[in-house]
Design a protein. Structure first.
Length: 255
C-alpha cells in the first residue's frame, strides 16, 4: 500500500521534470532559430531566398556555444593536452569490442560447461556448484594481476611473449583483456545456467522423454537446452552491467 502511495506521489514529479525539460529544449531551439532570422528578413527585403545562409548561421551559432573540436583532455602519461574528438570514438569502439567479445566468450563457454556437467552424476554437479560459489567471490583485480603475472612468467621461462600486458597510445591488445573480462561472467553464467537446467530437469516433459527411451544427451541438447536458453539470455543482461563496471578497471590497468 505504501509503495502505491509513493508511486503516486513520485509520478507528478517525474511528469513535471519531463515537462520542464521539454519546455527548456523548445525555448533553447526557439532562441537559436530566432537569432538567425535577420538573415532571412534581409533576404526577403532584397527579394532573395537565403535559406543556406540561414542554416550556416545556425550552425555557426551552435559551434560558438559548444566548440566540440576544441574540447581537450590532459593525458598524464604524455604530459600534454590531446583533443577529445575524434580520439574518444576510437576508444569507445575498442571498449565495445572488448565488452561484446568477452560476453560472447562467457556465454559460449558457460553453456558448453553446463551441458557437459548436466551429463554427469548429481554428486559431481553439487561439487561443481560449490566450487563455482567460491570462484564467484574472487575479485576481478586479482584475476587481471594473475593473468599479467602468468604472461610475464611464461615469457621468462620460454622467451615467447604470448601477449602484451599493457599498451599506450594507439596500440591495442585483445585476447588477454577479453579473457580477464570473461572469467567472472563465465562463472556467474555457468552457475545460473546450472540452476536453470536443473529446474528444467524436474519438468514433466523431461520425465516423459526418459520414459519414451530418449538418451540423456538428446534430452539435454534438444529439449532442455531450447527451453533453458531463454532464461540464460535474460540473465546475460544482468551480467552485462556487471561487466561494464569491471571494464573500467580493466582498461585502466591494460591501457
Amino acid at each position: 500500500m505504501d509503495d502505491k502511495i509513493n508511486k503516486r506521489e513520485n509520478f507528478p514529479k517525474g511528469v513535471k521534470g519531463l515537462k520542464f525539460l521539454t519546455n527548456f529544449c523548445i525555448a533553447f531551439a526557439g532562441i537559436i532559430l530566432a537569432g538567425s532570422l535577420p538573415i532571412l528578413i534581409r533576404g526577403w527585403v532584397e527579394g532573395e531566398w537565403r535559406g543556406r545562409l540561414y542554416v550556416e548561421s545556425i550552425r555557426e551559432t551552435l559551434e560558438g556555444l559548444w566548440p566540440i573540436g576544441e574540447i581537450a583532455f590532459l593525458n598524464y602519461r604524455a604530459g600534454q593536452e590531446m583533443p577529445l574528438f575524434p580520439n574518444i570514438f576510437a576508444y569507445i569502439v575498442y571498449s565495445l569490442e572488448i565488452l561484446f567479445l568477452a560476453l560472447l566468450v562467457a556465454i559460449i563457454t558457460s553453456l558448453t560447461f553446463t551441458i557437459v556437467t548436466m551429463l554427469l552424476s548429481d554428486n559431481i554437479r553439487e561439487r561443481v556448484k560449490m566450487i563455482l560459489y567460491f570462484l564467484e567471490s574472487v575479485p576481478d583485480l586479482l584475476i587481471i594481476m594473475l593473468a599479467q603475472l602468468s604472461v610475464i612468467f611464461f615469457f621468462k621461462e620460454t622467451g615467447v611473449l604470448i601477449s602484451k600486458i599493457a599498451v599506450a597510445g594507439d596500440d591495442r591488445i585483445y585476447w588477454l583483456p577479453v579473457l580477464c573480462l570473461a572469467v567472472l561472467p563465465t562463472i556467474q553464467l555457468y552457475r545460473l545456467s546450472m540452476l536453470t537446467f536443473q529446474e528444467e530437469e524436474r519438468q514433466m516433459y523431461v520425465e516423459l522423454a526418459h520414459a519414451l527411451g530418449f538418451s540423456k544427451v538428446y534430452i539435454v541438447l534438444i529439449h532442455m537446452f531450447r527451453n533453458a536458453i531463454i532464461s540464460v539470455f535474460f540473465q546475460s543482461k544482468r551480467t552485462m552491467s556487471f561487466m561494464l563496471s569491471n571494464l573500467v578497471v580493466l582498461e585502466l590497468i591494460f591501457n
